[in-house]
Ligand binder design. Structure first.
Ligand code: MG
Ligand code: MG
Length: 630
């Protein structure tokens, strides 16, 4: 796949943009006219910069309002185009994007449009330029790629071709099968953008909410596969207008763009019949969460241990040579790493006691690592002792790690690295069986980046994005889930500086795990055991119970039981969800216990109640720029 990105897609000055785009690995760049106008050098300087960075200019854009205009507007538009051709020849670009006409002066006269585009082809030929015609979703008379293609086909001029833009086609839900009518050699460039499904004016939607393939809801793999079937050999060029990207890291967004095109290439290639030769292994299928590792100092480990004990976990193993303890319950493995050397210690010194790694059991570890590499996800390695296993890992959210373990070999790892501890009698188990979900909190501007990370690397689907009300602002939340539901991760980000989510990120010095939910088959037994073990539970206001009683028509005995154990409740049809929360450990991570009876979501309606309850605790609700963690 020949990759390209429009300069409008990322933040920074033109020089910064070009350097970031080249560093991310793109073959070419679309120069947006505004980036040229605000650049202090000549178009020739820009062209030289692009080529010195090893790239080409794939496209110069935009040119608006030409076809179907009455005189004198028509002549003026052609004069304007001739001027742009001169700029392009200095720039070293041979293709310009002509948007379908939006002017109120544009006439609905198809023959006039054909004639204008034919005359434009002659003008372009004299300048040795090519013009790509794009149907804007809000074009006045042409707003559908099928109509744009029929014009280009009828014009039949070698210097006039079609530009497809996935946003314009998919926002209008134009079937991608219609791309099959287009001749691949007349397709001059393909622009790619994803977007969330929104019911919104096309122009506003396009200018603010486009995002990278994988971050939105459009059926882009199907769109790209239809393009590939035409025999198209040109650039795949990201054209992303997104308010967040304009304010985010230039290099980060460029790298995400590159990653998203590799994902698109892979997912589209797999749709072809026969499939294209894959350039990377299939998306990683997660069998289960093998372990969650905490980094902690010695003192923090004592406090964390007492919380884990109250949650019904037992210390069941010590690492043979390191200060690392394994805690277990049901199928859950928690690792507390206090070793004075290595990754966990560094992580602890930056973030304080917290989750530094997640181990995932997958079907083929070498393939998982190769897919990560193809997606430019960095591998992590550290020195290991002679009798230790090097478990392959990659960098993940907030500098944490994801380890990959061959599914079915977890016990070997424990047996090789850990000495079993004698069973401790004390402490009732809570009957926690498995990790239900892991909640990660991040800056709002990096939310889409981590979403892309997960959907590109793993065989997962994403749930619709939702908004949760915190007492001090809104939190955006979205989950990614493996088909077997063994891996469910919720991503949370907030624009409000004072929401619990944002304060977590400030206090934690970055993105990280904010809560871990464990599944139990009996929430009431778990709650009784937790109370017996003096687990600090998050108190829920009595008003909540009056509301759910009325809302769901629950019987009084059940409501009393929920209330006495601070259990939150949700229902979806017949499916039911029960959940209670611990108070926060070290003002950072808290735990949740859930029971699902056929329920597949995360109790979003209750999240507002939970956030408000947490906000009442100064020790749980992180204060901005406050002192030591309590
Ligand atoms: Mg476009
Ligand atoms: Mg949760």
């Amino acid at each position: 796949m020949k990759t390209s990105i429009a300069t409008v897609s990322i933040s920074g000055t033109l020089e910064e943009k070009l350097r970031a785009v080249a560093a991310a690995g793109f073959d070419a760049v679309e120069i947006f006219e505004n980036d040229l106008l605000t650049f202090p050098g000549t178009p020739r300087d820009v062209g030289r910069m692009v080529r010195d960075l090893g790239m080409q200019v794939s496209l110069f854009q935009p040119f608006r309002d030409l076809e179907g205009l009455p005189e004198p507007l028509r002549t003026r538009a052609f004069d304007r185009m001739a001027r742009k051709f001169d700029v392009m020849s200095e720039l070293g670009a041979d293709l310009i994007l002509l948007c379908s006409n939006c002017s109120t002066s544009a006439q609905p006269d198809r023959q006039a449009m054909v004639d204008d585009l034919s005359a434009l082809g002659e003008l372009a030929a004299r300048h040795q330029m090519r013009v790509g015609y794009e149907a804007l979703a809000w074009g006045r008379h042409v707003n559908d790629h099928r109509d744009a293609w029929s014009l280009v086909r009828d014009v039949d001029h070698p210097n006039i071709g079609l530009i497809l833009d996935s946003f314009h086609s998919l926002s209008r839900q134009i079937p991608s099968a219609s791309i099959g009518d287009i001749r691949g050699d007349k397709l001059f460039i393909v622009q790619i953008a994803d977007a969330p499904k929104l019911d919104m004016d096309y122009l506003y939607w396009s200018r603010h909410f486009r995002n990278m393939p994988g971050q939105g809801d459009f059926p882009l793999a199907e769109f790209a596969a239809a393009v590939l079937r035409t025999g198209y050999q040109g650039y795949w060029s990201l054209e992303i207008f997104n308010d967040r990207f304009r304010a985010a890291s230039t290099a980060g967004v460029a790298l995400d763009g590159y990653r998203s095109l590799q994902l698109l290439d892979d997912s589209a290639g797999r749709r072809l019949r026969p499939p294209a030769t894959p350039k990377m292994p299939s998306p990683v299928a997660v069998e289960r969460v093998a372990f969650i590792e905490f980094a902690a100092s010695d003192e923090e480990a004592v406090a964390l241990g007492s919380m884990l004990g109250a949650l019904g976990f037992q210390p069941t193993g010590h690492h043979k040579r390191k200060l690392v303890t394994r805690w277990t319950q049901g199928d859950i493995n928690l690792i507390v790493n206090c070793d004075p050397d290595g990754f966990a210690r560094n992580f602890d010194s930056v973030h304080g006691a917290s989750v530094c790694a997640i181990g995932l059991a997958v079907r083929n570890v070498p393939e998982a690592m190769r897919r990560a590499e193809a997606l430019a996800i960095p591998r992590f390695t550290q020195a290991v002792g002679p009798d230790e296993m090097q478990i392959p890992s990659v960098r993940a959210v907030g500098g944490s790690l994801l380890y990959f373990i061959e599914a079915g070999t977890e016990e070997q790892v424990w047996a090789q690295e850990f000495v079993p501890l004698p069973e401790v009698k004390a402490g009732a188990t809570l009957g926690l069986a498995s990790v239900d979900h892991i909640a990660q909190t991040m800056r709002y501007d990096e939310f889409l980046s981590w979403l892309l990370y997960y959907v590109a690397l793993f065989d997962v689907t994403k749930t619709p994005q939702i908004e949760i009300a915190d007492p001090l602002g809104l939190i955006q939340s979205q989950a990614i889930e493996s088909g077997n539901k063994a891996m469910r991760i919720t991503l949370n980000g907030s624009m409000g500086a004072q929401t619990l989510t944002s304060r977590f990120v400030q206090h934690y010095m970055g993105a990280g795990v904010q809560h871990i939910a464990f599944h139990t088959a009996d929430i009431f037994a778990a709650a009784r055991a937790a109370a017996g073990a003096k687990l600090p539970i998050l108190p829920i206001p009595p008003n909540y119970y009056d509301d759910i009683s009325a809302r769901f028509g629950l019987d009084d005995a059940l409501v009393e039981q929920l209330k006495s154990h601070q259990i939150l409740y949700d229902r979806d049809g017949e499916a039911e969800y029960f959940q209670f929360y611990s108070r926060a450990f070290a003002r950072r991570v808290f735990f949740e216990v859930v029971q699902r009876r056929g329920y597949q979501a995360y109790g979003a309606a209750n999240a507002t109640i939970r956030l408000a309850a947490q906000a009442r605790f100064k020790t749980d609700a992180l204060q901005p720029a406050s002192g030591n963690p309590s």
